[in-house]
Ligand binder design. Sequence first.
Ligand code: HEM
Length: 186
Amino acid sequence: MFTDHIKEATLKNHQQTEKVLIGKMKAMRSQQDYINLLNLFYGYFGALELHIERYINASNLADYEDRRKTSAIADDITALGAIIPALAADDKLPVIDNYLKAFGALYVIEGSTLGGKIISKMIQQHLHVEDGRGLSFFNSYGKHTEQMWAGFKEILNDVAMSPEDEEIITRAANQTFAKFEAWLAN
Ligand code: HEM
């Protein structure tokens, strides 16, 4: 199955990203530190989402509108009383110039909902958060997270129709991870 392959082929990048984020979360001491983290996610995911939406919508991913959107990060930032930052410039992003690359990037964004639950827990351990305020993005799809991920994987397996398609999607996913790692080092 293609989704087994892409998981394996992006594992190294996932582990590196996870390591950087865990370091940032362990060092978190104040609400401002958490706002800084949200700003990083907003700048990168927000800019990426605009590129992805040129190629993916309800016509090729039926529940796209129900999927997590970067606007949730903006809501979290505002809920914490901070100002929404600028989006990342194009040269900080992977190149998304067809729907296969868009699916590769979306694989990374959708997959991050799985780690989101852990991130949300870690933030609550490190900071005092009232009623989950400012945590909507990392809470992802809540109890529906596994189901939403299974649905996305099903579509991704259908989208990749040839070994060439698989290669393009996988490369875009790895580029999305690598550019995000670079962005996090900002
Ligand atoms: C502290 C940070 C993170 C932790 C602890 C974490 C943890 C996890 C866990 C537990 C899974 C599920 C693995 C499985 O069920 O087999 C997962 C999957 C995934 N995560 Fe993360 N994650 C983190 C951050 C991120 C971020 C920031 C991204 C994207 C930029 C990301 C992308 C993915 C992807 C794409 C998958 C799906 C892998 C697959 O194909 O099954 N993760 N992560």
